[in-house]
Design a protein around this ligand. Structure first.
Ligand code: NI
Length: 380
């Protein structure tokens, strides 16, 4: 469909984005961002529901109101010192919008403005969600507060540097990985470095565990499934000639399905307990459960594909490969049908990856992102 004021919506969105970019806030602390969003929604006479702050949830009633569709933007920034020369560089040292959530917020505000002036059949709930980047997740919290009650489907976008500018893409199933962390404590028996036979060396045992864990990826999970086990931190010992009493391994697990997460965790416990016992030590694994895998509902993702092909052109749609990064939009998709969509912006204006100190959005893709949300609402 023709969106008559797409140009002015885009201009406003770019201004909003640049403002938000200068005043980023960390996850769970987005109170000024929240005030900014509320003020704009109130100016547009849009009903704000009683969730948050810092999250903000608004409802626009449809002309028929038989269905309710939710659109979500995340609003938090990251603890990164921004580098580069942008005129709108972060004014807060050590905090910056290096994932592009400033863009998501501004684009959803543009949708709010459009919805306040145009009639659609379905009810639309706009979710400006706090704390995407951390555990506990802002999505999980909003769901526990009842944000999904009465919602028929939910959609979210990420402006995505990993997808070429001009493309819009998604998967028809698993799209982003789960995030779970682990801590493993190995209790051995310390002693003199020259007399290993009188000790139970937890460092040697830890090295066995690190090796053995990779066998889960290569020998236990189906080769066509994806999984990652990364030991990111090894803590043990103090000096040259002491075999320490204990050792600790800390790391992260990523997978694209709950089944794979389960296999990895079960095997890690078995290997830890078995190997430690074989060496006469004691091993204990603790999992810190994070975000579940993000799995698009195939019906809703086909609905998105059809809209992209119809309204933007077949060449714009891209069936993307899943990525092993996480995203807490997954919590909504555990409860309701919906889809998460990448709006491609990789190219000259967006060269650095998400979370890099020089990351930047390509604002040229804002009109497509705005149009995409409007078409989703219109066709739903
Ligand atoms: Ni992000």
């Amino acid at each position: 469909m023709e969106i008559t004021n797409l140009e002015s919506l885009t201009k406003r969105a770019i201004d909003d984005r640049r403002y938000l970019h200068q005043y980023p806030e960390l996850s769970g602390q987005e109170f000024e961002t929240s005030k900014f969003i509320r003020k704009r929604l109130m100016e547009l006479n849009i009903d704000i529901l009683s969730f948050g702050p810092p999250s903000v949830v608004a409802l626009i009633k449809g002309s028929k109101g038989l269905k309710t569709i939710a659109l979500r933007a995340d609003i938090d920034a990251l603890p990164i010192i921004e580098e580069g020369e942008k005129p709108y560089i972060s004014k807060k040292t050590g905090i910056a919008h290096m994932c592009g959530h400033d863009g998501h917020t501004a684009i959803l505000l543009a949708i709010a403005e459009w919805l306040s002036k145009n009639e659609v059949e379905a009810n639309v709930v706009l979710i400006f969600q706090s704390a995407e980047e951390i555990t506990p997740s802002g999505a999980d919290l909003l769901i526990k507060q009842g944000v999904l009650e009465g919602i028929d489907a939910i959609f979210g976008i990420h402006l995505w540097q990993g997808l070429e500018k001009g493309k819009i893409g998604l998967t028809h199933g698993p799209m982003m990985a789960s995030i779970d962390d682990f801590e493993i404590d190995i209790k051995g028996f310390g002693g003199h470095g020259s007399m290993p036979h009188e000790t139970i060396d937890p460092i040697y045992i830890a090295s066995n565990l690190i090796q053995a864990f990779q066998s889960i990826i290569s020998r236990n999970i189906n080769p066509i499934e994806a999984g990652v086990i990364t030991v990111g931190n090894v803590q043990a010992g103090t000096t040259y000639n002491i075999i320490p009493d204990s050792a600790r391994l800390i790391g992260t697990i990523r997978a694209l399905t709950p089944q794979t997460v389960d296999i990895i965790q079960t095997k890690m416990v078995k290997l830890t307990e078995g190997i430690c016992q074989a060496f006469g030590a004691k091993g204990k694994v603790r999992f810190i459960v994070g975000t579940p895998p993000l799995i698009n509902d195939p019906n809703e993702s086909r609905f998105v594909e059809n809209i992209v092909c119809q309204e933007f052109g077949q060449e714009v749609f891209e069936l993307v490969n899943p990525v092993m990064g996480g995203e807490d939009f997954s919590y909504y998709l555990q409860k309701k049908p919906g889809a998460f969509i990448f709006v491609g912006m990789g190219g000259e204006k967006s060269q650095y990856p998400h979370h890099h100190p020089k990351f930047d959005l390509d604002e040229d893709v804002f009109p497509d992102a705005i149009k995409l949300f409007i078409e989703l609402v219109n066709h739903y």
